[in-house]
Design a binder for this molecule. Sequence first.
Ligand SMILES: [Mn+2]
Length: 327
Amino acid sequence: MSTELTSIVTHDDFDGIAGAALLSWGFDISDIRFAGPITIAKAEIPVTRTDIVCDLPYPLDCGMWFDHHVGNLDELRLRKIDPTTIPGRFAEAPSCVRVIFDYFAEKEDLPEDYSTLADVSDLIDSFSYPSLDDWRADTLANRIDRAIKCSSSSRYEHADFLRSLVYDLRDLSLEEVANQPLIIERAAKYGESELRMLEHIQKYRLLLPEDTNNELYIVDLTSFSQPARIDKKLIGLVDPAAKGYVEIKPVFKQGRKSHNVAVSLSLALNMQQSAHNKDMGEIVRILNLGDGHKGAAAGVKDGNSAHEFQRARSDLPLKILEIWKKM
Ligand SMILES: [Mn+2]
């Protein structure tokens, strides 16, 4: 390899943080940056040949790439890039940590703690909890996951927190990390917001008479004048029988409610194990709202007036349901 690898760009979720811990250990790199998949897809942060990219879509260019998302592999094929020519590794695995673990395990002995880290990353990233109670349990890994999901007062503070967590997961056991006061505090704070989310999910459910079997669980937050966040996975707790989750909410610009409506769709977890033709990405593409994959997609319906906003909030759920039913 001609160019020296000097930094890691990783996904800002549990799998990305833990993946960066292994990469930091294996390549002796401490310069770490965080991004979401959309930031990479839109090329909003500079990534060069000195970067190792982890648990994220393949950027325009990079030094090495580690990933496990099948959708990202499809994307490469569309771009006519042969994945085998990219340094690093892609494998269909429950987590990116697993991909990186296997990569290093072929060459050397890994610390025992990393084996545990790969196991919990598989569980968290593929959401393969035996039950929702197992997901809600205050286990070491769940506590760290909640601490990651807890928002910080600024982007910089959040990146600092994530960075020190990468170093801790690299150097300490899961137990030592999870028992740090900051982790306990942040996880508890996120736990409270989870309860609020559960309330919103129940209170703002939109029931469409056209959805005779109640297949889509729609949460309509368009009446909100402040941004609110929900984790759609929590819908599984409220309605385990729903097959698809839809969230519609206003787009906020500099804290002000705009006339644009944001939609996000995801398939219920129970759909992962069953054969079906439902494709959330296809729904947002047909409606020309945005893009996504089979399991999750998002987009925005632009509006130029309060009237258009109102029309979008009443039309979109019906249009989504219509396409869903035909799939
Ligand atoms: Mn992942």
